[in-house]
Ligand binder design. Sequence first.
Ligand code: BGC
Length: 428
Amino acid sequence: MERFEKGFFVGAATAAHQVEGNNIYSDAWAQEHMEHTNYLEPSGDSVDHYNHYEEDIKLLAEAGLNAYRFSIEWARIEPEEGKFDEKELEHYRQVIVCCKNNRVEPIVTLHHFTSPKWLISKGGWEADSVVEDFARYARFVMEHLGSELRYVCTINEANMGIQVAVIARRYMEQMKKGMDEQKKESMVQMGLNFEKMKADQRAAEAETLKIFGVNTAHCFCTPRSAHGDMLIMEAHKAARDVIHEICPEVKVGLTLSLHDIQAQSGGESNAEKEWAEEFTHYLPAIVDDDFLGVQNYTRMLMGPASSLPVPEGAETTQMDYEFYPQALGNVLRKVAKDFHGELLVTENGIATADDSRRIAFIEQAAEGVQTCIAEGLPIRGYIYWSLLDNFEWQKGYSMTFGLIAVDRSTQTRRPKPSLSVLGNYAAS
Ligand code: BGC
């Protein structure tokens, strides 16, 4: 094992809704509590990171990690349209202070999947007004906290809605061919429940109208139209301009969910098309960004008609992804061909109950990153997903990605051996 150089971020990530608990003004909270919900369980108190952040950041720092990526929750900061909550802002200021007291770099994400419920009632991420609303929220946060930060991600996995739309389309096609449900879900890099979605569709639509006042809740991770995709890029650019205006020294980027797409015989043009959808078509919008957040979990094998199942006999994770840590290096090389700013691995990880496989995954992924650095790629950090076992969206608490386990009945933390293995990669 070789350590990274001084100044290289070795960290772990979380997202507010997945760890804080009681995100009651958010769209996800409303959906979790619907009678016809796609969520296996509600997030509830989650792992109560809202109250345990000091302990969690201390554990991260004591293990040697030097960066913590977390998200600021828009629904907490602006629970009602135009009404900003100073108390919540103060909470996040304290999280940043705590990072600094522990010599940990705070890397903030302004939007990680969840939005205020009021935004969805206005048409959500398909309404033109989202651009202005997001920029106004970004301005408020940056005016108050910006001077404390060096790296800000505007939007997490800006391409997620497009990926979900593609998967939903593919799902319908594969349903006809009789592929089993779990395999279909595993083609997107987040926890989804397509089977439940399908079964509950009609009743869910009626309930959505009652709860959100609109027929379709255009949340961040619902299938997105081309117009919605364009709006996300506009929202990103507007927020980037605001951040640069208020804090010219802060580095700004967004993050993308990227598969290592490997063409199998006859699948070459399909693979190219998929990569363009996932990455290349965003280039005009991100060309002026300071960095790109790369998020990768596995590879995708592409055949002549569509993506192919995980090869027979291959090791798989709890998410049913193929265990394939080499994917990260491949993706970094691929994006570096077209994106010339800094690269930050903002997520990479594995859901497994066997921590020795997590260690193996981290070791192989880190080796891939080190090879890319040796080849001259401008990679600034490796941030593992996730610091804590947490709420994996529609799949609830069943997926264990964390470097730290949490007994949610007592909120007791138990660091896994992988936490210090990762910490040992940071320069001492
Ligand atoms: C998301 C996380 C999620 C992780 C694992 C990424 O898509 O940013 O919120 O928990 O993947 O599925």
